[in-house]
Design a protein around this ligand. Sequence first.
Ligand code: GTP
Ligand code: MG
Length: 556
Amino acid sequence: LRPTHRLLSCSGTVAADVKREEQSSRNVETGSEDRTPKKKFSEVQKERREQAQRTVLIHCPNKISEKKFLKYLSQHGPINSHFFYESFGLYAVVEFSQKESVTSLQNVTRTPSMETEAAIPFKSRFFNLKMKNPSSQTSEQSCIQSSNHSPPSNKKLSELLCYAESMDDQLNTLLKEFQLTEEDIKLRYLTCSLIEDLAAAYFQNCTVRPFGSSVNSFGKLGCDLDMFLDLDEIGKLNTNKTSGNFLMEFQVKNVPSERIATQKILSVIGECLDHFGPGCVGVQKILNARCPLVRFSHQASGFQCDLTTNNRIALKSSELLYIYGTLDSRVRALVFSIRCWARAHSLTSSIPGSWITNFSLTMMVIFFLQRRSPPILPTLDYLKSLADAEDKCIIEGHNCTFIRDLNRIKPSGNTETLESLLKEFFEYFGNFAFNKNSINIRQGREQNKPESSPLHIQNPFETSLNISKNVNQSQLQKFVDLARESAWILSQEDKDRPSPSSNQPWGLATLLQPSVLSSVSLAKKKRKKPASERIKNLLESIKSSSPENDTHTNGK
Ligand code: GTP
Ligand code: MG
């Protein structure tokens, strides 16, 4: 169970950042993208990481005067920004202007003395604030402004979607409600930074970087926090600086393989988190997985964390997805809605299994957008052709090179609406020849499947691998059936859309109701012909009678 965050108050650069984000979105009237320069993935990571290193996490008493609290902390230096949130107690995230302020605060902090238990005296940046004289302060407490920081309930989402003005508005509303907030992002980077402090006790100057949906622009409130313990950077910077005829190397222990080294490192970090990590609970070492990891819960932030190492390619995948998600504002709106649709119909699950993952779904949306005419997203090979010498990146023999500066990628001339893209997505995959074709975002076109897995999505960097190898035939069929049924529902809806004030689910809201699609499935069972085939035929007839669709055949 994840605690929901209730954000209570904030200050500093948050408003400015939100404004920047709004500015960089699509202009609703002209349909064109705003041309605000977009930051490189590495720039965002560097900035956020540096910010997190100046930040502390404080568990506060419930009744606290915000003014006095800030005044007390300011003794250690100026504060850049702060916010409060609730997660089984009241927490404050405080970003100082200078890193020295954190050391100054640590220097006046004591290790608690226990009566019946013993404390492990680990000095982190996660503190517990106590009142010296609680009774004298409660009367003066200021009212900490409360605002909700958790994803909307199904009911609220349904209401918001019903009142939306158009389907495009619905998809954008869903994105706005579910995307990570500025505070949530800060808390994710801070959590990585706190774990990095622990890992650094063993591996000096190591880096713990977030990857996956926390940073790839497709993160939904409440998603897990994937972390990567980066040991490669250590020493790299300094080796070129030495002069003379000698080269100095560390004496190290050798193990038979990279995998065993990874397992040993994660094992010791897992122990460390379990024994010394403040707020780290439920530590599980999953070292025999294809990609060994340590899973744990960071109680104060409420994040479920997966820590891996030796996983550079995954970080590069996150960078690629960040580029795709940031290039055109329709991409994220479509991905969020399709992920939500898949979750609502149990096509995806938080438990690993033979179902489609969010990562695979995102790849399918990217591929679909590469197939539009004109394409909305460029192929990975095209992004590689734009790369310069500095972008060159080879990881474990795999070429992971692509242009990293988003501002040098030409925007798409495609002006399709989100409504039409959603419909076309369902039609496209409702009719896709999964039995013989593979999805390949590197080339942006279907390829013959190299192996017999029901769903084949080529790993963009390790090209001999299939990222959806886990998906079985029945899960794929469920996806295809639901896609066809959804396309059918959307084509019917056009004819009798309720007025926005009628408070009746329509458009995206209808698609997110499991009962609606299952009633279509029920009807299917009653007819002689399978509904999937019936709907396919129906779609064919709709398509052939609609002249504007003639250009969108997408190689079907
Ligand atoms: P959420 O469901 O929101 O957590 O999405 P996510 O993208 O973070 O997915 P997940 O936590 O499952 O995985 C984290 C990252 O690991 C992904 O973003 C990918 O970069 C990588 N990854 C996940 N699954 C696979 C896979 O099957 N193959 C490869 N090559 N990488 C994967
Ligand atoms: Mg994840």
